[in-house]
Ligand binder design. Structure first.
Ligand SMILES: C[S@@+](CC[C@H](N)C(=O)[O-])C[C@H]1O[C@@H](n2cnc3c(N)ncnc32)[C@H](O)[C@@H]1O
Length: 287
């Protein structure tokens, strides 16, 4: 056990913590980059050390090296990979994050939609679901004024943990404070337990959403359709430029001609050879 209950334990913890050596860190860092495209430069060593500590405790292991050996073994690559991914990914997200994209979706994309077929949106790197549920609110609101409108939303992520949270659709109540009261009532149910105020998304918000595990680094995505809109926001930021370009090019194969591609506000496509034209900052159209 690595609880710092007394001095001996504290010493043990301090000694233990110091053990993610540069060599072990490099092995994890190389793996994370080659498999998931996520950059893990040396400045992130202490962060990774902290995040792996919980896994090491849960597995009752004695050192980072023991964990590394297990992780890279045949068994570890089968059993530990998903826990590892949950630990190394950064999943920060919010409802109506970067709201100009949702205004653009409503005022430009939906306003020009001809109403035929199913309108399809992909939230690539959807984290715990706030992004696809926000899209669902916008599309459900549009359906209220255009009842014949049909849509489907695809939410994907590499982390099974966030996907399972997305499927549950339960959030701290303060996470939806940005949403107007009318829409809160329409799309969320409040928990009875007011000591821990949470909300649950109503089935109508979940109905048109499919959640799926997708590694954007894979050479092929198991998705047999093309989309009118792709959100890939605050995901590329963790990749280096070549990887970003490769991932965006691949995503473009799943975007209809004229379809819209959103990136996060701290991301850029400038100088990349991808089949997208600039519409406005962080908003692109498939050529
Ligand atoms: C910071 S969150 C962004 C969530 C949401 N798009 C937003 O903007 O609020 C980034 C998400 O990308 C996912 N991710 C990172 N690398 C990925 C990869 N190679 N394939 C698929 N998803 C990945 C992470 O698991 C995480 O949930």
């Amino acid at each position: 056990m690595f609880t710092a209950g007394n001095n001996d334990n504290k010493k043990e913890l301090d000694a233990f913590k110091a053990e993610l050596s540069e060599k072990d860190f490099q092995a994890f860092s190389d793996f994370i980059y080659s498999e998931y495209g996520i950059k893990m430069p040396p400045v992130k060593r202490v962060m990774l050390q902290g995040r792996l500590l919980k896994r090491i405790r849960d597995l009752n292991m004695k050192s980072y090296t023991e964990y590394k050996e297990y992780f890279f073994s045949k068994e570890g690559q089968k059993k530990e990979i998903f826990n590892f991914l949950n630990v190394v990914t950064t999943n920060k997200t919010d409802f109506f994050r970067e709201p100009i994209h949702f205004d653009f979706l409503k005022d430009e994309v939906l306003a020009q939609h001809n109403g035929s077929g199913t309108f399809k949106v992909w939230s690539a790197g959807c984290s715990s679901g706030e992004e696809p549920y926000t899209i669902s609110i916008v599309l459900n609101e549009y359906k209220r004024i255009a009842p014949g409108f049909n849509f489907s939303i695809y939410g994907s992520d590499i982390s099974n943990k966030v996907l399972s949270n997305a499927a549950k659709g339960v959030y701290a109540e303060n996470k939806i404070s940005i949403i107007p009261l009318e829409q809160k009532k329409r799309y969320f149910l409040k928990s009875k337990d007011r000591t821990n105020p949470t909300v649950r998304v109503k089935p109508e918000l979940q109905r048109n959403i499919v959640l799926k595990h997708v590694n954007l680094m894979d050479s092929h995505y198991d998705i047999g359709e093309t989309f009118d809109v792709i959100f890939c926001r605050n995901v590329l930021i963790y990749f280096d430029r070549d990887t970003q370009e490769r991932v965006i090019s691949k995503l473009c194969n799943y975007l209809k001609p004229g379809g819209i591609f959103f990136i996060g506000h701290s991301e850029s496509l400038s100088g990349m050879k991808v089949p997208l034209e600039h519409v406005k900052p962080t908003v692109f159209r498939k050529i």
